[in-house]
Design a protein around this ligand. Sequence first.
Ligand SMILES: Cc1cc2nc3c(=O)[nH]c(=O)nc-3n(C[C@H](O)[C@H](O)[C@H](O)COP(=O)(O)O)c2cc1C
Length: 229
Amino acid sequence: MNIAWGITGAGSHLTNTIKAAKKISTKNKITFFVSEAGEEVLKTYGLFDELNQLVSNEYLDEIIRETTNTVSTSKIGRFMLGKYDYLIVSPTTSNTVAKMAHGISDTLVTNVFTSATKSDLETIVLAVDKGKDVSKSPMTLEKEKCQKCQDCPPKQKCPNNAIHQYQINLSKCNKCKLCVEICRHSAIGQKEIILEPRKTDSKNIRELNKTENVRVVQEVSKIIDLIDS
Ligand SMILES: Cc1cc2nc3c(=O)[nH]c(=O)nc-3n(C[C@H](O)[C@H](O)[C@H](O)COP(=O)(O)O)c2cc1C
């Protein structure tokens, strides 16, 4: 199948989304549509470059970025031409869910969604704020634990040269976690983030679920089940 995959700016479910895309890409062709915030958050989590390994390259451009296209890029015309069998949006921020639920199409991914629903395309939306959410932060350096060692091993050994002046440059970090292992003071790691959904987010998700041909799911594994079935 040809699958269009929207990625918005959520850290929650992002790592599992990329794992699922990897699995789905073995049997299907994927084109990614990445919102501006989606690109920022993918880079923050060191996952942006992984997209290159997951696309089919059937078209010249299979990673369509809001940062390098207009929000209503002509590439969205592929939906009207029936080029895709499925649209998956995962992870989907509460911002994008709200817009989808209320027919607003002012970003790349909401525009893609509008075109998909107008073309009766089966759509799966993984809404991140459906329930209490526990996820991991990007790699962080705890200032209280850092002893500012002169020969800081994480700085010296980081393969991406991402550590400067006892700070992590997240746009360079690819989350290899070598620094976590070699910091003598256990100052580097990922923190647990717990988010409670707002009433308005739950309401928007219920509203979105009423849209024809749209399935809202909570777990990435559900996307794999639906695509495999
Ligand atoms: C590192 C990082 C993680 C974020 N994680 C989430 C998240 O899990 N859920 C969410 O709704 N917004 C999250 N945001 C905020 C969104 O990126 C922000 O609302 C943005 O405007 C969404 O734009 P988009 O929906 O067009 O991608 C995060 C932002 C950053 C910088």
